[in-house]
Design a protein around this ligand. Structure first.
Ligand code: PHE
Length: 343
């Protein structure tokens, strides 16, 4: 046994000294020492000559020897892999890089971010709510009881399983949820996707995006509404744009007004975007109807408020001259990649 032990020590010395600088030499090492007819196998074969009482200690020794050889093999292999990198596989840092295309923000997201940041600068907070709504938050609370003819203004998608569920037709539903949970003063904007049952065409779509706003405080007045919206328009479209208010009707506001701006496409001379009037409607607004305040336990004798709502697609159309609403949701890269560099 003593002889075998010495022999193993001898092998270890030999193996430790082996050098191999090519893949071929490393493979030869593997065959010579670790292959099926290799040294490790034959040394292991000596186990059968070891007396039983020494088998345990000897087995351990042989296993150590095997790990020693395997370890050496790994070291040799790692060394040539590294050297290979130094020759054939090395990265040539001077080569021009390959272009990795990065996405761009969707134009509607860019406009929404701009609108949101303008109102944020005035102290409005962002509020969000569910796209699947119940009748109360979308209509009832907004002073549109069942059978109210104004419900026809917003063709609604109802949910089959439960006829009192629907896809929200405006983000006024989020304002309802805010009034339900917060006490005045309230200053929120509600960006989000809304749905209406419209036939899809260049000028209409079954979903679009809005930013609505709600301001409730003591003494909030129509002058505050106008000034807030003037500020917004100037920030959004520049100082030269002209603004006009037209009396209008919404069940949830009284009085109500729609706001037009001078057409950015033709500068007010008349074109088909402004239907040759020189003006384009960009939002609806008004003083919150006392009934709406009452629906949420807000005393209309103490508090007043104003609200407004605008379509992001319309603003985007004016800013970027997109003339077909369908382009926004077709995901055509040629369309989307034209909008870069903003927010
Ligand atoms: N909710 C209205 C719409 O979707 C917009 C609006 C909001 C009008 C607030 C007045 C006040 O058309």
């Amino acid at each position: 046994m003593e002889a075998l032990l010495q022999q193993i020590e001898q092998y270890k010395k030999e193996i430790a000294a082996v050098e191999a600088s090519t893949a071929e030499a490393v493979e030869n090492f593997r065959i010579q020492y670790l292959g099926t007819k290799g040294l490790v196998k034959s040394v292991m074969g000596e186990m059968k000559n070891v007396p039983n009482e020494q088998k345990k200690a000897f087995g351990q020794l042989l296993n150590e020897f095997k790990s020693f050889v395997e370890n050496k093999f790994e070291v040799l292999q790692a060394a040539i892999t590294n050297t290979d990198a130094g020759t054939e596989n090395q990265i040539d840092w001077s080569l021009p890089g390959s272009h990795v295309p990065v996405g761009t923000r969707h134009p509607l997201s860019m406009i929404r971010n701009q609108v949101v940041s303008i109102f944020k600068s005035l102290g409005f907070a962002i509020a969000e709510g569910p796209e699947i709504e119940d009748d109360w938050h979308n209509f009832g609370a907004m002073n549109l009881p069942e059978d109210h003819p104004a419900r026809d203004m917003q063709d609604t998608f109802y949910i089959n399983q439960n006829p009192s569920w629907l896809l929200r037709t405006h983000t006024s539903s989020v304002q309802a949820r805010v009034m339900e949970t917060q006490k005045p003063p309230i200053r929120v904007i509600c960006p989000g996707r809304v749905y209406r049952n419209e036939t899809i065409s260049a000028r209409a779509h079954c979903f679009f995006h809005q930013v609505e706003g709600l301001y409730i405080d003591e003494h909030a007045s129509f002058a505050d509404l106008k000034q807030t919206l003037y500020f917004f328009v100037q920030e959004m479209f520049g100082k030269d744009v002209k603004v006009r208010f037209r009396p209008s009707y919404f069940p949830f506001t009284e009085p109500s007004a729609e706001m037009d701006i001078s057409c950015l496409i033709c500068g007010g001379d008349g074109c088909n975007v402004c239907k040759h009037t020189g003006w384009v409607e960009i939002l609806g607004s008004g003083m919150v109807h006392p009934k709406v305040l009452e629906n949420f336990g807000i005393d209309p004798n103490k508090y007043t408020g104003f609200a407004f709502g605008m379509g992001i697609e319309r603003i985007c159309q004016l800013k970027y001259r997109v003339n077909d609403l369908r382009l926004y949701s077709q995901n055509d890269i040629r369309f989307l990649k034209q909008f870069t560099g903003v927010v």
